[in-house]
Write a protein that binds this ligand. Structure first.
Ligand code: AMP
Length: 112
């Protein structure tokens, strides 16, 4: 059984404030925002790291980036935004990836 918190949000097993959903992706509010607007954008399939990507996953992540660009104004990001991806490494976790389900932080609002 998958113990991943983001998979549980995808499955509706725990609540998430969703701002966008389709068959491949979910975008929802960060429970602990670090900016006026702080969303998390995820592929629904579970994997944690860029180094795990095959061509299918790479294509999916390309589509997710395209989606973020297309929807940015609709999502209130018209002042601009920052995308952040924290990744654990083979020998450490200096970027502090806490959730091992690949996700982009989308930060916007007040001057970052
Ligand atoms: P990271 O350090 O890149 O793995 O970031 C994980 C992010 O997930 C953190 O900013 C958390 O605040 C956020 N987070 C953890 N659990 C939840 C949840 N149930 N709903 C929304 N955001 C969450």
């Amino acid at each position: 059984m998958c113990d991943c918190v983001f998979c549980k949000i995808v499955k509706g097993e725990i609540p998430g404030k969703k701002i966008y959903e389709d068959e491949d992706f979910l975008v929802f509010l960060n429970i602990n925002p670090e900016a006026e607007m702080h969303y998390l954008a995820i592929p629904k399939i579970h994997f944690a790291l860029l180094c795990e990507m095959d061509e299918v996953k790479a294509s999916l992540i390309g589509k997710l980036l395209k989606l973020i660009g297309e929807k940015s104004t609709e999502w209130g990001l018209e002042r601009g935004f920052r995308l952040q991806l924290n990744q654990k490494g083979e020998k450490g976790n200096c970027a502090h990836q806490e959730v091992m389900h690949l996700h982009f932080h989308i930060l916007s609002g007040d001057e970052l």
